[in-house]
Design a protein. Structure first.
Length: 156
């Protein structure tokens, strides 16, 4: 039987990343021309760790910081989002093992300040953690968002 990787093992497995490539012609209609960085999972985790208590970031802010770091036009939205989810699950693994200082994944929002249902405990757990840090979470239709999230964005 094959060993199933822990979230920490997935976080540490860079698979030759980061990698900067030209944006493929088939993708240029959506993402424009130039270069795209496919970050390493640990880089996304590192960006998430930079967000102090009371502050927030979004996946798009992390993508912009990664693009700047690698002198690329953009950072891949798909892998950045997947790696943020892996970082959140590795943090939950740490917390379950009694570790006190974990990646504060709940401070990383989707675009528009939306809470991420793919994080451990879903939107409910993220809401509890954000409200404990003084943020107000509102329902906008079916989406939960942090009120005035732009005012709390951390510099990455």
């Amino acid at each position: 039987m094959r060993h199933r990787k822990s979230w920490h093992e997935k976080l540490a497995d860079s698979k030759g990343l980061p990698k900067v490539e030209r944006i493929a012609e088939s993708m240029s209609a959506r993402w424009g021309k130039g270069t795209i960085v496919i970050p390493a999972p640990i880089e996304v985790d590192e960006m998430m760790k930079r967000v102090p208590k009371g502050k927030l970031t979004t996946i798009n802010e992390i993508r912009a910081a990664l693009a700047r770091r690698h002198d690329a036009s953009i950072a891949c939205p798909i892998t950045t989002g997947i790696f943020a989810m892996i970082a959140s699950r590795a943090a939950a693994e740490d917390e379950a093992n009694g570790k006190k200082k974990i990646t504060p994944y709940w401070r990383t929002l989707k675009s528009g300040g939306e809470l991420n249902p793919k994080y451990p405990g879903g939107v409910i757990e993220q809401k509890v953690r954000l409200e404990a840090e003084g943020h107000t979470v509102l329902l906008k239709g079916k989406k939960a968002v942090v009120r005035d999230h732009e005012q709390f964005l951390a510099k990455l």
